[in-house]
Design a protein around this ligand. Sequence first.
Ligand SMILES: [Fe+2]
Ligand SMILES: [Fe+2]
Length: 181
Amino acid sequence: MAVKIWRCIICGDSYVGEDKPSHCPFCGAHAKNMILAKNWTPKEGLDIPIKNLTEKSKKNVEAALQLEISNSAFYFCSAEKCKDVEGKAMFKVLGKVEAEHASMWKKILQLSSINIAKADTCPVEYIDELQESHDRESNAIKHYAQFRDEAVEPRLKQLFQAIVEVETDHLGLSEERGIKK
Ligand SMILES: [Fe+2]
Ligand SMILES: [Fe+2]
């Protein structure tokens, strides 16, 4: 079967594959946000600035950017420290996904660059890394849900909602590995 080009309407990135992936491989958005790239219309993606972004929304996007930079840095540090084989892989990919989220907010704010580094310190024990991941994802979900509800721009509402769903998936990863809800 021939491969197709799929594109994510949340982060704008494309994927080559026979079938629509269950989640965007870059930002983690759910399958409902993946369309065939040939059906892409200019209103999708992050290339077009959101018109008349309110001051409140701008502040919320700036807060989202900081949150993602911090979470990405935490995950990259944890990936390096983690002694569990699967945990190492999980933290690395979560670091990449959160960096992709940071890049989304960067585009919305029309910033030329952002600096995503690896955090200097993070827990050494896997269980503590999982707990911190859980705390960070819970905090992210709480903020994103609030930002979504406060957004008056439909496109921004859609983005915040999509990322709430992604961070909720991440929360499940630590819960499936022994962290209490
Ligand atoms: Fe995406
Ligand atoms: Fe994120």
